[in-house]
Design a protein around this ligand. Structure first.
Ligand SMILES: *Cc1c(COP(=O)(O)O)cnc(C)c1O
Length: 396
């Protein structure tokens, strides 16, 4: 993807107050230097291997494949990473970069708590102070993750503005960064925000797709026909897709949260319902009301409950290189239960959106086709919420 002035085609850029300009320019310069620094690259690779547990397994889901009767299904097991999701890939990269830049403090936003936990983990490992902003709604939905971050030595600040969810946590973190750029790095959790964040986060997550390509080559001797991943801001999806963008025969499918349905007010399906706009420092596609204000969004999954999509996805969509499909809460919960029963793998409810679409899609393909689905995280954090969704009275 040719990136010019921080744009992916028409999308991206840097729409920020002047107070943040120095911080993003300093970050861009540092990143451009360290990404080619052999010592940085080898330190990061060593952290990914010896701390995060990479490479993650590419698992042939044989029972699921047989049961559905269509394409062969492989699962990319990001749920097996340390801290239980793909988030650690980006966080190890950014916290290491911050340390090289001489910063002593990292801040982060978090939705489900996964990115906050991953950032707190990397900060503990590398001896950095850590503050995490989290919408108050999410601190209630994911109370255990709040305690987890505190255990790891981070301070969690509950954000009450707006809908008190992920987008408000991002606003709060950006404000804090502008106020304290000298010693603080803002460790953004997805492929969003002002340039250079969408590029930095994509590069740190691209390890997912590189491994998929290598692992599938070793097992099957060929490329997959389709790669499927869930999309919140879009980091696990772009991480899975990036290596294959030039391989035109590989279809790329992102699964967005349709909540209670794309025809109801309660969804977070940006591509299905959104329009072009500017928010959180980037030009991209967002769920908006008639006046262009960011619309309240909803999903059973805190990690997909974001009203926009990263600019590189907006461009892949516009070019027709990737396709984006909506998946409802109900379909995701069914898939959550199905994968648990069928393969003994409890996926994150975010990842279950990708599993749900793969279940339908695999049936439409011939047996010699190959689908890779990224399991972006593990579902332990969601078990109590799913039980409640099913009407069970479970105490956490
Ligand atoms: C945060 C999260 C997501 C959504 O974020 P992306 O940037 O779209 O990947 C998906 N799955 C899990 C497990 C997460 O923690």
């Amino acid at each position: 993807m040719l990136i010019k002035n921080g744009y992916f085609g028409d999308f991206g850029g840097r729409f920020i107050p002047e107070t943040l300009m120095n911080a993003v320019i300093e970050l861009e310069k540092a990143y451009n230097h360290y990404k080619n620094d052999p010592e940085f690259v080898s330190e990061l690779n060593s952290l990914l291997a010896n701390y995060a547990g990479r490479p993650s397994i590419l698992y042939y889901a044989e029972k699921m494949t047989r049961d559905l009767g269509g394409a062969k299904i492989y699962l990319k097991r990001e749920d097996l990473n340390h801290t239980g999701s793909h988030k650690i890939n980006n966080v190890l990269g950014q916290v290491l970069l911050a340390k090289k830049m001489g910063k002593t403090r990292v801040i982060a936003e978090t939705g489900a708590g996964q990115h906050g936990v991953a950032t707190a983990t990397a900060a503990a490992l590398m001896g950095m102070e850590c503050v995490v902003f989290m919408g108050r709604e999410d601190t209630v939905r994911q109370a255990l993750n709040v305690y987890r971050m505190e255990l790891l030595g981070a301070k969690v600040i509950a954000v009450d503005s707006g809908t008190a969810t992920l987008k408000d946590a991002v606003n709060a973190a950006m404000r804090e960064w502008a106020a304290r750029i000298d010693d603080t790095h803002y460790c953004l959790g997805s492929v969003m925000g002002p340039h250079p964040f969408p590029t930095i986060v994509r590069d740190f997550q691209a390890v997912i797709g590189r491994e998929i390509k290598e692992e599938l080559q070793a097992i099957e001797g060929r490329l997959p026909d389709t790669v499927i991943a869930c999309v919140g801001g879009g980091s696990n999806a772009i991480g899975s897709f990036y290596e294959f963008i030039g391989d035109k025969e590989v279809s790329l499918i992102g699964c967005e949260a349709a909540g209670k349905g794309i025809d109801t007010p309660q969804n977070a399906a940006t591509i299905a319902n959104g329009r072009t706009g500017v928010f959180h420092g980037m030009k991209s596609i967002f769920c908006q009301d008639a006046y262009g204000q960011i619309a309240p969004v909803y999903s059973i999954s805190a990690g997909l409950d974001y009203p926009g999509i990263g600019p590189e996805h907006a461009d892949l969509f516009k070019q027709g290189r990737a396709e984006y499909v909506p998946v409802t809460d109900e379909q995701a919960v069914d898939a959550f239960e199905y994968l648990s029963r069928t393969e003994g793998i409890i996926p994150a409810i975010e990842s279950a959106h990708a599993i749900a679409y793969a279940m339908e899609y695999a049936k439409t393909l011939a047996k010699e086709k190959i689908i890779v689905v990224t399991v972006s995280g593990r579902g332990d954090k969601d078990v109590a919420a799913i039980a409640r969704y099913r009407g069970l009275d479970i105490h956490e």
